[in-house]
Design a protein around this ligand. Sequence first.
Ligand code: NAI
Ligand code: PYR
Ligand code: MG
Length: 467
Amino acid sequence: MSYNSIIIRMELDHATVDFGQVAAIISKTGGDITSIDMIRSGQDSSVRDVTVDASDSLEPQIISSLREMKGIKVINVSDRTFLAHLGGKISTQPRLAIKNRDDLSRVYTPGVARVCTSIHENPHKAYSLTIKRNTVAVISDGTAVLGLGDIGPHAAAPVMEGKAMLFKQLADVDAFPICLDTKDTEEIIRTIKVISPIFGGINLEDISSPRCFEIESRLVDELDIPIFHDDQHGTAVVVIAGLINALKVVGKRMEQIRVVVNGIGAAGVSICKMLLAAGVKSLVPVDRDGIIFRGGDYAHPMWKWLAEKPQVETQQGDLKDAICGADVFIGVSRGGLLTGEDVKKMAANSIVFAMANPHPEIEPEEALPHVRVFATGRSDYPNQINNVLVFPGLFRGALDCRASRINEPMKLAAARAIASVVYENELNEHYIIPSIFNDQVVAKVRKAVIEAAILTGVARRTPPDFR
Ligand SMILES: NC(=O)C1=CN([C@@H]2O[C@H](COP(=O)(O)OP(=O)(O)OC[C@H]3O[C@@H](n4cnc5c(N)ncnc54)[C@H](O)[C@@H]3O)[C@@H](O)[C@H]2O)C=CC1
Ligand SMILES: CC(=O)C(=O)O
Ligand SMILES: [Mg+2]
């Protein structure tokens, strides 16, 4: 179930109806009035915009009850989420004003020609004389958009625009959404390579597995700017950050826990890798055909890799078998797969990160009575474990130190930095992960990432605040 905010514009005939009756009918049908704006008030009638929060299943009922009321004319119903997308969510802004011919001849021809020649003679100058040093491409082929699946490049655009907004607002990184109309691995790699000169980094987004693994690793090898598949590594970093803190709350250690990861796609593979690197000794990966067990024979290269790991259990079965006795469940699969009864069978003091978007693997209302720590990927519940806590600060750091790549130590440093934003005296079941609006997040992630990049030799510049 998801909640929407709608604005209902209505005309009320004063002789027939008063606003109290309208409010009562909205409340009776399950809506929550959050604001009322008077648009026009006359002797006989008035027009108001009434903003109502309601679950999407109740919306039609609220509107039809209002339409049936005598003395009310429903003029228009608008969804605030759609209103926020009208015309797209970002635009480009010049950094200088062109006020006269003199300005024009400097920023454009003939002046610009000298700058071009200078970059031609020394390509590194692209970092100081173009947008490269602060610009990231957010690139998708639309094949694994949120949990919506293969919805294509046009439909993927609102997510990519949203990521670009977050880059700018949270970390002052200029990001540009690029949606590719191809699913061909070679064509995607080639396209990204040929457009890369203008970008300081590439954030791959919502590209389905297993193609995402090859696309990313080929680009890492063939380009000298940071390439980061957000759904793999951004998600893994934020999961490790959340887990570091959740384990403190329940008093368990990485080496002691049995972890079930459901959905071994882009996010799931990277989460499993980071869990193993963090010291987890008992791991149960599960995908739609059931448990991926040690010794199993798999065509999927990353599942095959997992099936060879000593920490992966030999138990076979399905998700319901896997979850019995587990200390931690991490879901990056799809919504509505678990019930309260399932999570009740986990070990005492269990931790559930149900991160499928937009609908989690289990709804909070169902899980909360049975688990100690619960988190989702959504903005409308506490403990939002979402890669938005990672990519802005991580790219800020990588761009500032001109890193040639984003390596494992940089990711681990980012995870620890995010966890450290929640102080020990603040930590509790409902606060294991900082809010994305906590301004320490980007600053701490940036610093940790730059330190790790310098230490591991991938930084090509020392930012002034590190000299
Ligand atoms: N909260 C967050 O920050 C993030 C959440 N996600 C969410 O995680 C989910 C997966 O994302 P990606 O890894 O990028 O997609 P993906 O398409 O690469 O992987 C999804 C995996 O889930 C598996 N799966 C589907 N139905 C399943 C079922 N019933 N049981 C077990 N496995 C099942 C698929 O076979 C596939 O291996 C999506 O819902 C996405 O929105 C992804 C990235 C970040
Ligand atoms: C958050 C995100 O990147 C996803 O759900 O795909
Ligand atoms: Mg994504």
